[in-house]
Design a protein around this ligand. Sequence first.
Ligand SMILES: Nc1ncnc2c1ncn2[C@@H]1O[C@H](COP(=O)(O)OP(=O)(O)OP(=O)(O)O)[C@@H](O)[C@H]1O
Ligand SMILES: [Mg+2]
Length: 260
Amino acid sequence: MNDRSQSGTERSGIATNESHGTLGSNGDLVTFPGKNEILLSANGIRKGYKIGRKEVEVLRGVHLLVERGEFLALRGASGAGKSTLLHLLGGLDTPNSGEIWFRDRNLASLSARELARFRNEKVGLVFQSYHTLPELTALENVCLPARIARMNCSQAEDLARDLLERVGLKDRMDHKPVELSGGEQQRVAVARGLINSPELILADEPTGNLDSRTGQEIIELLCSLRVERNATLIVATHDSTIAARAPRIIELVDGRLGDS
Ligand SMILES: Nc1ncnc2c1ncn2[C@@H]1O[C@H](COP(=O)(O)OP(=O)(O)OP(=O)(O)O)[C@@H](O)[C@H]1O
Ligand SMILES: [Mg+2]
């Protein structure tokens, strides 16, 4: 990866490992020396989509600092831009303007190959619409990120079996997505997002299709893996009982973030 060696103060006012801090409501940097390491920072993120001649502005200057190991719930009305923001933070899409830093790496400075590696090794993205591959079994779907990361087949399968068991799909490992319910596919997506022990877990409505008990179990799993691995967890959710589990809740309103 193409790490940049600039000091924190040269980075558009974003807090870094050296200058731990938070962004004030006006986007200015407020520093708290001695606080935990900043894993992720977003500064002035704007994102819009052009549909024909019309431009829809979804994110209008998002500022966010996330410490390593934090658990955040991301809330906001349907269409507020939660999925858009998670995709940007995970390097799946690029902002129209603004910067996203993962530790001392500006995602915009990474080549396509470096970005693919970053996503594979550092980020576990649990997609709202699962994105499981239809021709692969649940086990093969979960193994895929590990195989891409060049883990050998039997080690990947051991990890995948363990995760599938933990999400309650012990008896569904050889099923293809078409043979699974929506909630079961969602749990496959959760297991797949976790197999490479990502430092950053971005879960987009991970319980949206689950009954409340299974939903609670999935959140328990995400929380315990976060603690076991000192991972950082951001969960977009409409579910207030899940959001209430998070020590920090952030809310997207009118394209901007506020803590609530
Ligand atoms: N690829 C795209 N092209 C055009 N518009 C898009 C695209 N992706 C998202 N949008 C628009 O951006 C807005 C935000 O979408 P997004 O999916 O981020 O919302 P959300 O907060 O995740 O909503 P939900 O709670 O329903 O999942 C929506 O109005 C959507 O129509
Ligand atoms: Mg969404």
